[in-house]
Design a protein around this ligand. Sequence first.
Ligand SMILES: *Cc1c(COP(=O)(O)O)cnc(C)c1O
Length: 424
Amino acid sequence: MDHFTRKDGVLCAEGVALTEIAEAVGTPFYVYAAATLRRHYRVFAEGFAGLGGSAGAPLTAFSVKALSNVAVLTLLAKEGAGADIVSGGELARALAAGILGERIVFSGVGKTREEMAAALDAEIHQFNVESEAELRALSEVAAARGVEAPVALRVNPDVDAGTHDRISTGRKDDKFGIPWDRAEEVFALARDLPGIAALGVDVHIGSQITSLTPFEAAARRAAEMVTRLRALGHRIERLDLGGGLGIPYGDGVTPPEPAAYVETIRRVTDPLDVQLIFEPGRMIAGNAGLMVSRLLYTKHQSARSFAIFDAGMNDLMRPALYGARHTLLPVTEREGEAAPYDIVGPVCESTDLFDKDVSLADPRPGDLYAFKTAGAYGAVQASQYNTRPLIPEVLVDGERWAVIRRRPSYEEILALEDVPDWIG
Ligand SMILES: *Cc1c(COP(=O)(O)O)cnc(C)c1O
């Protein structure tokens, strides 16, 4: 589901023609539809409303790393979203967006002591702790401040999410979580450590998961763990099931409907009386964004034809990073004959290749195209490689639109650098 449709042949974001935005901000740029962000958040959060019995209402904590612009976070916060963060920087973003500490969970394998201290000061809902060493560090930081850190231990359920190898996190040889067979021992340690209140179990098995089977398997294992830990006398009140629900990328794979996901989780967790926590990222933001780019040149050499765009792998890294594919749409359709092109950017790397053999109808330099499904893990992964400034982000809401991150100037980029006197 998205809100990018044609009006008079021109692709629009909600009520705004992409040609109008391109004219005003230049290309390339990201554009997000507020209606899609709101709709996806509501479908998810409303599906789980009412679950959890006496243990507290479910918390839908948007995975900030998927799309971290403060305007987007503010929009989601107004819908009631919490935040799942993985760094001190993301904590600063969530707080700047008005998300209360009590709706923030802190994930990630490598939290520093400084980040832990900042999160304790913000009185966050929960630390998802991923190792014994991290647990000891958090204990020291919390005890030194005279507070208790609310903790869920992220356990590795050894479930293969069946997704791309590079975005799978729940197999026993992935770096994430505490090994299943050591969980009881680490919970026992948590009980003895000062400054730690171990209240929950957390699992997150990967991203872009397109089958319910691994979700159900992981939830069942996590539920088993809750029951087992309670039998050992632990006060387990929360179950965090992470994120990972896949979305359609135009590759013919149909991921489960959110309602089916909700039903699967409900069936497994209903008897538990725990507060449920979810960390969806991609399913909320992915289809809410496009990257719009201008065709610079076409060239034909050897047996191939190339369409060279003004956006590169530094602007949208998913194809280079995990072989991901983004459907390419002409902003204004042409009638002419279609031929296959390799879609490339201007960056000086062979991996600056978005897709191969894409059928384009009569492409001409200057034409605008949109890379679909670029809202999640798009702008957030961008770099300034080749000293290409970070591209703007635009938010559309009905007929209104605004630049929510502007393009930096070369002066601003160079201002961070210094030439020491001793270079002479
Ligand atoms: C990345 C991540 C998420 C979000 O994953 P999506 O596939 O975008 O839903 C949630 N939780 C953790 C711990 C993550 O690392």
